[in-house]
Design a protein around this ligand. Structure first.
Ligand code: FAD
Ligand code: MG
Length: 328
């Protein structure tokens, strides 16, 4: 190199510096985390322009926080809290109406295994609090009275509760919906490759630098161990398990996914993973299949177009829908 004229060396240095500036750190990937909806959310995206990535990810987090304020039962001013408090018909926003509609359609499709009206039951068990409790049979009966797919009716934006005291809880679907909306914000900002992960509710935009995203599914009984790795592109993958939020008493595990028929934690399943086009549907379907267990749960997923799933039964056996069965 030292034999070359000075201007050639300067030109090479100039070209090298231009290339350096055009390739952002870590191969164009930016990853950020934030606490939203009581969950650690990670957004990872790829683009050559770091500023664009940074502002798109900020906007995606802002969208999730906006939805938390709209849909959380932990926030007394949210639309969902106001709906739960309302004695008569209540008018909701277009997007809340659409989410309730989706939830109700999955509630019907799953014969009520997915249920948006379990708010009173959830409060009773208080599994996510510092002082969870095992309710009495009488308390369970009272919390279950009048719940189910017919307990809420929607006409346009107007929601009618069949009982004034009915408590709505979107804990089994709203996180997935928020993940979808966050991904949409990234898409609209011109990002072509991204992943939004809210504690196991994952939406994927495009692929990962020409390769499928490789999504590791957590083993429900071996902490930190991957059960199965799924290569996926441009879709959503959501896992519901009994190992994230639970307490143990007298050797029994009490977790946060309830069987609406008994009011107690569903007992047939350890975890369900659903792959679908959108995370809101995948979220609700994973909760529904968890309650239904290996037979009816897998059948529910198998019967739906563009939906696949894998389920770990209470005895640890792994079941897959036909689209996820390996050829071996
Ligand atoms: P999933 O299986 O997807 O859902 C389980 C949750 O769905 C339960 O927690 C319950 O809410 C509900 N559910 C239980 N059984 C059924 C059933 N049969 N049918 C339908 N739904 C059922 N957590 C906090 O600790 N603090 C917060 O401030 C907080 N804010 C939140 C705000 C929003 C808008 C949302 C959506 C969630 C929030 N969460 C918060 C988390 C929430 O309490 C649940 O833990 C979380 O949604 C469970 O998601 P999952 O993927 O683990 O389980
Ligand atoms: Mg769910």
């Amino acid at each position: 190199m030292f034999g070359r004229p000075l201007w050639v060396i300067l030109l090479l240095l100039l070209v090298a510096s231009l290339v350096w500036w055009r390739v952002p750190a870590d191969d164009g990937q930016l990853s950020r985390t934030a606490l939203v909806m009581g969950t650690l959310v990670e957004i990872k995206a790829f683009d050559d322009e770091k500023d664009k990535l940074d502002s798109a990810i900020s906007a995606a987090f802002a969208e999730m926080t906006r939805l938390e304020n709209l849909l959380s039962r932990h926030n007394p001013r949210s639309e969902i809290s106001q709906l739960s408090a309302a004695a008569g018909p209540f008018t909701v926003s277009q997007e809340t109406a659409e989410l309730l509609q989706l939830g109700q359609s999955i509630a019907r499709r799953s014969d009520g295994a997915f249920d948006l009206t379990l708010g009173a039951l959830k409060k009773l068990w208080a599994i996510e609090s510092d002082s969870p409790q095992i309710p009495t049979a009488a308390q369970l009966q009272s919390a279950l009275s009048g719940i189910g797919p017919d307990a809420l009716t929607l006409e346009g934006l107007q929601v009618q509760k069949q009982q004034p005291g009915l408590q709505v809880d979107l804990g089994g679907i709203a996180k997935g919906y928020a993940v979808d909306r966050a991904l949409n914000v990234l898409r609209q900002a011109g990002i072509r490759s991204a992943a939004v992960n809210a504690g196991g509710d994952i939406a994927l935009l495009g692929d990962r630098q020409g390769q499928p995203w490789r999504i590791g599914i957590q083993h429900p009984r071996k902490n930190g161990e991957v059960l199965v790795t799924l290569p996926l592109t441009d879709c959503a993958v959501v896992t519901s398990g009994d190992y994230e939020r639970f307490f143990e008493r007298d050797g029994s595990r009490y977790h946060h996914i309830f069987d609406p028929r008994t009011g107690r934690p569903a007992r047939l399943t350890q975890s369900v993973t659903v792959v679908a086009k959108d995370a809101a549907s995948a979220d609700a379907l994973a909760t529904a299949a968890f309650v239904l267990g290996p037979q009816a749960g897998l059948q529910l997923l198998e019967d739906l177009p563009d939906v696949e799933g894998l389920l770990v039964g209470a005895d640890g056996r792994l079941f897959r829908t036909s689209g996820l069965r390996r050829g071996d």
